[in-house]
Each structure stands twice: as structure tokens, then as C-alpha cells.
Design a binder for this molecule. Structure first.
Ligand code: FAD
Length: 453
């Protein structure tokens, strides 16, 4: 029998992650860490065990869209892969959204939630995408002042019971532009007191969501971003039929292939205004800040997964008489990746910490400004790092890294979405709010500096 190479293995992903454990030990009071550690260890066990095995076995499964039933009814049924169904149950039962809204640990609740998300994400094939949007929608609804939506939808978004849980889509991008959303063509008509939406949404991820927050221009409103309003829609009617929302097709994508991303036709979809008839882009911004934070945490988590696999493999793979783990150049390569990962982890979780403070009403003015500045910066930086690290990880496996059934190419393909969605790198770099804050921070520090002098 010829030589057979042992594949890389994962153990408990919390126990094995010294960088995360150190970070949490530094950021959290001892009693909080003691309280949350069992939940992190449980998620680490799932992520390196059952969920990871299922992810490898689920590799060839993809979402399926059925537009019509046998009798000519438009049904637009989308079936997600088995991994996604399990991932949803785990995410809900472990409170991946709920933890942030239960505030059990006050300003530390966000750290707990995102530590869970970080452990979960690399084994869940982007199920973090609907979770991120759901989390962002919960934040928007809480701040919306809409008693009806807070009472009706919020409990579903933050549920811990899979039977009650809803996810939320975020339908902004149209074929006219995802960066320049002010060009959106979707219109909203008030028809006898009921708002109805007409138009086409070009990228609508996690289309199995029960609800969505979306932008449309009420008739008579001016062109541009200010004239758009933020709307709430439910995707199905009381009988489970499409709510005048039709799926033209699912996108055939480079990566994120488990995420059903749809092109949609809104043909009179009933909708509710969330926060008035204007300023939809401004009103949806809190959602984007949350999804960008998820993006940063996911980027760090992908880097960590690549490294965990590459480090383990380096112990098992022998070349020129010794394991790769004893080759100075290979060790140097992995150390470089570790440094990238460590920086990304700390950057992402610093933003999480600020977010937790801000939501708990415990952020100083400076911390609030910092949160505003760093959210897009962390997103754009960590996303770029994740792609570079994933590419290097593939090379660290040699030819095996390039072969699909090793499960490794997925890392690179999925990482490549991180710099694109939730705002491309250059568009985030131009973020006007960020630039304003950076300017204020600069002015503050230079005036403090000149006072000191
Ligand atoms: C897998 C996937 C899932 C997605 N899911 C969703 C979703 O659920 N909901 C949703 O709303 N959107 C979604 N999107 C869309 C995504 O947010 C957009 O693709 C993204 O914001 C970019 O918009 P665009 O594709 O229209 O590119 P464009 O806006 O046309 O950008 C093209 C290029 O131009 C650059 N550019 C644009 N403006 C400037 C400028 N002022 N200065 C310099 N450079 C500029 C960009 O950086 C980019 O490189 C998804 C995208 C992908 C790939």
C-alpha cells in the first residue's frame, strides 16, 4: 500500500484558541468570563467537531430554487443545504443574536455574542450572513420608535426558540448600484392606505428570510438618497405564498454558495414605513454598522480557521526528512499569518467592545466617535487581510490546498466576499461620517496637543 497523507484535524476551537482566550481574559471581568466560558467551550466543541464534519460532508449541496409548482402556482420555494438547517438551530439555541439583546452581562454582552459568532462562523458556511442582517434589523427596529414593529417582529429576531425565530434580509443593492444606492429605482405607492413596492432588487441574500428591510422611493419624493424611505416587508403572506415578491433567479457565485442570494422582482409587495418617508439610507445605517462588525469578526474567524488547519497539517506533513513544522521558512510563513490574524482579531473585537459600551450607554463621547471611525476601518482592513491569509493558507497545503474535497478552497472563495459586501474597500474609505469623525478626532487631538505645548 502506498503512502496516504493524514488530513488536518480540528479540536475544540475555543480551547485551542489562545489568542481569543487571552483577549477575553483581558477584556472581561473574571466573574463574567467564568459565567460565559461554558457556552464558548460548547460552541468551540461543535465548531471543531459535529459542525465541521457536517460542513465537509455538505460540500456539494447548494440551495435550490423552485419557481412554480406542478399546477402553475408561483411558489418560489428555496431549499437550503442540510448544513444551513443545522446551523440555524445551533445559532438560535446558542443565542447568536439573542445574547446581544438579553443584556445579561450589560456592556459585555456584545463581546459574549461575537465570541460565539467567531467560533461558529468558519464551520457554518456563511450562515452568519442572515444572522448579521437579523442582528442589524433588531438594532434598527429598536431605535425606530415603531411600537408595532417592535412588538410584532423584534421578538422573532431575538428568539431562542427555533420555531419562533425569523431572519431578516437587507435589500438595498439594485442593478443601478450597490455603492451609490441613491440611484435606486424601486418605487413605493400608497394604495388606499397600504404601501406597495414596485421594482427590482439585484442582490438579496438569505432569501429564505421571513422579513426584510429595504429601500424604496415614495411617489413624489425627490431623486437621490434623501428621497428613499426605509420599509419593512414580510416575504410571505398568511398562507405562505410569496407576498408579491418573486425570485427571478439565484445568483451563481464565486463563493458563499450556501447563501441563497436572489434577484427579486417586487410587484406590489405590501410594506410598512419604518421611520418616516425620507432618509432611508440614514435610517438603515445602524444595520450596516452591525453587519460590518459581523464582517470583521468573520474575517478574523476565517483567518483563525485557516491557521488552525495549516498548523495542524504542518505537524503531519513530512518533507525532506522532517515535519513542515520544523522547517524554518514554513514556520516563518505561519508566524506571519499568525501576526495578521492576531491584529485582525484585536481590531475586530476592539470595535465589538466599543459597540457593547455604546449600546449599554457607557461610552464616552470619544469612544462613540471612535466606534464610528473604526467600524468601517476594521471592516475594510480585516476583509483584505482575510483574503490574503486564505490564499497563503492554501499554499501552505501545497497541491492538497487546491483540491476541492479537502474543503480548503472554500476558505479562499468565501473570504473573497468580505471586501465586497457591506461596502467595498474604497467606498468605505470614502465614508463621509467616518471622514468627519476622523477630522474631529484629529482636531481634538491637535488642539489638546497644542494646549499641552
Ligand atoms: C455574495 C453577495 C451577496 C450580497 N448580498 C447583498 C444583500 O443581501 N443585500 C444588498 O443590498 N446587497 C448585497 N450585495 C451587494 C453588495 O453590497 C454590492 O455588490 C456592493 O455594495 C458593491 O456594489 P455594486 O456591486 O453595485 O458595485 P459598484 O457600486 O458598481 O462598484 C464597482 C466598483 O466601483 C468602486 N466605486 C464605487 N464608487 C466609488 C467611488 N465613489 N470612488 C471610488 N471607487 C468607487 C467600488 O469600490 C467597486 O470597486 C451582495 C453582494 C455579493 C457579492
Amino acid at each position: 500500500m502506498s503512502f496516504v497523507q493524514a488530513p488536518p484535524q480540528l479540536g475544540n476551537q475555543y480551547a485551542a484558541d489562545r489568542a481569543l482566550r487571552r483577549l477575553l481574559a483581558h477584556a472581561l471581568p473574571v466573574e463574567v468570563l467564568r459565567d460565559i466560558e461554558p457556552s464558548l467551550a460548547a460552541m468551540g466543541e461543535l465548531a471543531g467537531g459535529e459542525l465541521y464534519r457536517l460542513q465537509l460532508a455538505d460540500r456539494d449541496n447548494e440551495p435550490k430554487h423552485t419557481a412554480w409548482d406542478a399546477w402553475g402556482n408561483r411558489i418560489d420555494r428555496v431549499e437550503v443545504s442540510p448544513l444551513w438547517r443545522v446551523a440555524e438551530r445551533i445559532a438560535v439555541e446558542h443565542g447568536l443574536v439573542a445574547t446581544a439583546y438579553e443584556h445579561k452581562h450589560g456592556l459585555h454582552s456584545r463581546l459574549h455574542q461575537f465570541a460565539l459568532a467567531y467560533l461558529f462562523s468558519p464551520s457554518a458556511d456563511l450562515y452568519g450572513c442572515p444572522l448579521a442582517m437579523t442582528d442589524g434589523a433588531a438594532r434598527v427596529l429598536l431605535g425606530s420608535g415603531s411600537e408595532n414593529l417592535i412588538k410584532h417582529a423584534l421578538p422573532h429576531l431575538t428568539a431562542r426558540d427555533p420555531g419562533q425565530f425569523w431572519t431578516c434580509g437587507q435589500w438595498m443593492t439594485e442593478s443601478t448600484g450597490g455603492s451609490d444606492v441613491g440611484l435606486s429605482e424601486t418605487t413605493a405607492r400608497n394604495e388606499g392606505g397600504q404601501w406597495r413596492l414596485y421594482g427590482r432588487k439585484w442582490f438579496a441574500s438569505a432569501i429564505t428570510s421571513q422579513m426584510a428591510l429595504t429601500l424604496a422611493r415614495p411617489e413624489g419624493n425627490p431623486a437621490g438618497g434623501k428621497g428613499l424611505a426605509l420599509f419593512y416587508v414580510e416575504t410571505r403572506d398568511a398562507n405562505g405564498r410569496p407576498n408579491n415578491i418573486f425570485i427571478n433567479r439565484l445568483k451563481d457565485k464565486l463563493g458563499t454558495r450556501k447563501v441563497p442570494t436572489a434577484e427579486l422582482e417586487l410587484n406590489g409587495a405590501p410594506a410598512e414605513l419604518v421611520m418616516g418617508k425620507h432618509d432611508g439610507i440614514r435610517n438603515i445605517a445602524p444595520l450596516l454598522n452591525i453587519t460590518r462588525t459581523w464582517n470583521s469578526v468573520t474575517a478574523a474567524s476565517f483567518m483563525r480557521r485557516g491557521l488552525a488547519l495549516a498548523r495542524d497539517y504542518a505537524q503531519r506533513r513530512v518533507a525532506f526528512g522532517t515535519a513542515l513544522a520544523r522547517k524554518p521558512l514554513h514556520v516563518d510563513t505561519l508566524a506571519g499569518l499568525e501576526a495578521e490574524f492576531s491584529g485582525a482579531l484585536h481590531f475586530a473585537f476592539f470595535v465589538v467592545e466599543l459597540l457593547g459600551r455604546s449600546e449599554a450607554g457607557r461610552a464616552s463621547e470619544q469612544q462613540t466617535g471612535l466606534l464610528r471611525v473604526l467600524t468601517p476601518l476594521a471592516k475594510l482592513t480585516t476583509a483584505k487581510q482575510a483574503v490574503a491569509v486564505a490564499s497563503e493558507v492554501i499554499e501552505a497545503f501545497g497541491g492538497a490546498g487546491y483540491v476541492e474535497d479537502s474543503g480548503l478552497p472554500l476558505l479562499l472563495r468565501d473570504a473573497q466576499v468580505l471586501p465586497i459586501w457591506e461596502g467595498t474597500t474604497n467606498v468605505l474609505a470614502l465614508d463621509r461620517g467616518y471622514a468627519r469623525q476622523a477630522c474631529c478626532a484629529c482636531r481634538r487631538s491637535s488642539s489638546a496637543h497644542s494646549k499641552r505645548r
